[in-house]
Design a protein around this ligand. Structure first.
Ligand SMILES: Cc1ncc(COP(=O)(O)O)c(C=O)c1O
Length: 363
């Protein structure tokens, strides 16, 4: 059994994907080919925002947005300690200080109630993460941000396709960044990402930053990066996109079935009523995780830990000086979380097998 079965997906999409790759090869337009612009148009429409800017990864999209906002040394950005490293890494890369605020115990997303107390005169932005495919509490977060004149950047690297009160992830904050890493809900065949915003001026700055701060060939007006989305990846994503809605529905079916199979015996992901998650991960909570995980492994069932160490306990952020007592929910979650196989092509039989072993192990 695969944790995420990219082979099964490729078997279904093989013809359109191969055709798309061949078209790019025939054109030889590997950098800034027309597929990039087309993908930006298609995905901006899907999200419901005015502008999408392709990037070489989700990390570069996050970084470029912070750069475009002029966030840097002396500034603080409030974010979640329960995420992948890129979330806080990009804040530190622009020279700003990540300020960690604890997560809600049900969703493991930033707890909006705790944000206000972390705001200082140096705070410039809030970067909530829509973890595991479920949107953060954006009305509450946007309200705190508006009251204090702060920008909001959704780290939507796990939540492309999800909805919050009927609006798509990536379209509910000042700006957002998603990832097309192969294992993501909408994945390409390498690295890729995209930034989204309603603001034309921000989108323009992002396009300049993406190309070494260049406004026309060899004229550089600001510091940028080599952050372009590969034409090949854009063409692959365009070929895969028509399958995406169906895949989201299939993920929801898998999640529903897991919930039924586990009944009240396993602490399953809690999805708030205003959210439709895309289940980038199906992450349960287990108190004696290592023993259960070993049992799963001996039965040939792959699991993963997202994430074993919260960001405030990563060596790279030791100098920020956070102890575990400061962020108890993130600390506890890191000890208990375990992600199960989750992808649109997981069969009922495979799910039964996962449930059989897990329920035996936790009994
Ligand atoms: C929450 C989160 N933020 C940022 C990233 C970075 O995305 P990428 O790997 O495309 O740089 C990822 C994915 O890996 C992620 O899960």
């Amino acid at each position: 059994m695969e944790f995420i079965d990219l082979q099964a997906q490729y078997r279904i999409m093989r013809d359109p994907v191969n055709r798309a790759i061949q078209e790019v090869l025939d054109s030889s337009r590997y950098i800034n080919g027309p597929w990039v612009k087309e993908l930006e148009t298609v995905l901006a429409r899907f999200v419901g925002v005015g502008h999408a800017v392709g990037f070489s990864s989700g990390t570069d999209a996050l970084l470029a947005i912070l750069m475009a906002w002029g966030i840097g040394p002396g500034d603080e950005v409030i974010t979640s300690p329960f995420s992948f490293i890129a979330t806080a890494e990009t804040i530190a890369l622009v020279g700003a200080r990540p300020v960690f605020v604890d997560v809600s115990p049900d969703t493991l997303n930033l707890d909006p109630e705790l944000i206000e107390a972390a705001i200082t005169s140096r705070t410039k932005a809030i970067m909530p993460v829509s973890i595991f495919g479920q949107c953060a509490d954006f009305d509450a977060i946007n309200a705190v941000a508006a009251a204090h004149g702060l920008l909001v950047l959704e780290d939507a690297c796990q939540s492309f396709g999800a909805t919050y009160k009927g609006r798509r992830s990536c379209g509910v904050t000042s700006a957002a960044a998603t990832s097309f890493f192969p294992a993501k809900p909408l994945g390409c065949y390498g690295d890729g990402g995209m930034a989204f915003t309603q603001e034309a001026e921000l989108a323009q700055r992002l396009r300049i930053i993406r190309e070494h701060g260049q406004i026309e060939q060899y004229r550089h007006t600001m510091l940028g990066i080599n952050g372009r989305l590969d034409t090949l990846q854009a063409a692959i994503l365009l070929a895969k996109f028509p399958f995406f809605e169906g895949e989201i529905q299939a993920r929801l079916k898998v999640a529903d079935r897991y919930a039924t199979l586990f009944a009240s015996k396993v602490r399953i992901p809690e999805i708030r009523s205003e959210n439709i998650s895309v289940f980038a991960q199906y992450t349960v909570r287990i108190t004696d995780r290592e023993r259960v995980r070993a049992a799963m492994s001996s039965a040939g069932i792959p699991t993963a830990i997202h994430y074993p160490t919260p960001l405030h306990r990563q060596a790279v952020f030791a100098s920020l000086g956070y102890g575990d007592e400061a962020l108890p929910q993130a600390t506890l979650a890191a000890r208990e979380v375990m992600s199960l196989p989750m992808h649109p092509y997981l069969t009922s039989e495979q799910q039964d097998q996962v449930a059989l072993v897990l329920l035996q192990a936790v009994a």
